[in-house]
Design a protein around this ligand. Sequence first.
Ligand SMILES: Cc1cc2nc3c(=O)[nH]c(=O)nc-3n(C[C@H](O)[C@H](O)[C@H](O)COP(=O)(O)OP(=O)(O)OC[C@H]3O[C@@H](n4cnc5c(N)ncnc54)[C@H](O)[C@@H]3O)c2cc1C
Ligand code: FES
Length: 282
Amino acid sequence: MINSRATQLDAEIISNKRVGSYNHMVFAVNELAGACRPGNFVAIAVGGQSSSMILRRAFAIYRATMRADGVGLLELVVAPQGSGSKWLSSQSIGQKVNVIAPLGTAFGIPTEPVSALLVGGGYGSAPLFALAETLKSRGCRVDMVLGASTAGKIYAPLEGKRSVNSLTITTDDGSAGTTGRVSEVLPALIDQHQTDVIYSCGPMAMLEAITAISQQAGIVHQCSVEESMACGIGVCMTCVLPVKGDDGVIRMTRTCIDGPVMDGNRVLWTRSREIPDGVWGK
Ligand SMILES: Cc1cc2nc3c(=O)[nH]c(=O)nc-3n(C[C@H](O)[C@H](O)[C@H](O)COP(=O)(O)OP(=O)(O)OC[C@H]3O[C@@H](n4cnc5c(N)ncnc54)[C@H](O)[C@@H]3O)c2cc1C
Ligand code: FES
């Protein structure tokens, strides 16, 4: 079911700053900010009223806060890639965009203090900083690994670094941190910090690799998947992934309403994009 707290509104842009390869954007939203949880995403209409870009674009919520004066703030990290994200990141302060939020599932927060390892790829780090703050407030140990192809694509704001016990950076080209992929440093970190749960967000291949590591270590892996989304609200079936349910049946599952946060061990990571054998109804 669609997130019952979802609201649609015109949100004014109150800040738009370039940070490395990304735009950090802040929108004025009303009490909607109080309904957002780490892991939820927003769907934004792009291109203006007469645009041919009819599909909304999904963005993970970086942070949602209520200011003392009662104004709700929604923060996003936008990578200008294709036409929709380039349009959004080129908008000026004072302009309004139509937003539906909060959408999708949130990261599950443990009831007891645990040792958590947060892993972000590229702008996939966006939802992890608010999650880190929540986990810290519950007494958890929080270690973070951020990876990207090159240093400019690591999104690690200074204030975010303060909310973690340790931060490990990896880059494919060695321009920052350890040379290589995040998956290469994970086994040692899991051992060192006695990790109980992994939270991740980033490219699908990275999530698949982390799932293999978490399965081998026998630990929980909550991942935020980024499947292409057309409607974002459960109508079109564009975003489906094969996922094993509690009853053991594999179903093509809508990641916009039953995700983006999912149990990585339940997902059948199929790079071929074909419906695997054994899926219900095939
Ligand atoms: C849950 C989620 C969170 C995300 N978080 C972020 C974030 O924090 N920051 C960020 O920069 N980006 C994020 N993205 C990616 C973002 O939604 C856009 O896909 C990306 O910005 C590229 O969009 P574009 O308009 O620039 O590119 P374009 O190429 O113009 O458009 C891409 C759009 O085309 C549509 N599309 C692509 N393939 C298909 C298909 N097979 N069928 C139907 N429609 C399709 C999708 O709606 C997609 O959004 C996220 C995506 C998801 C699903
Ligand atoms: S994006 Fe349309 S059903 Fe998920």
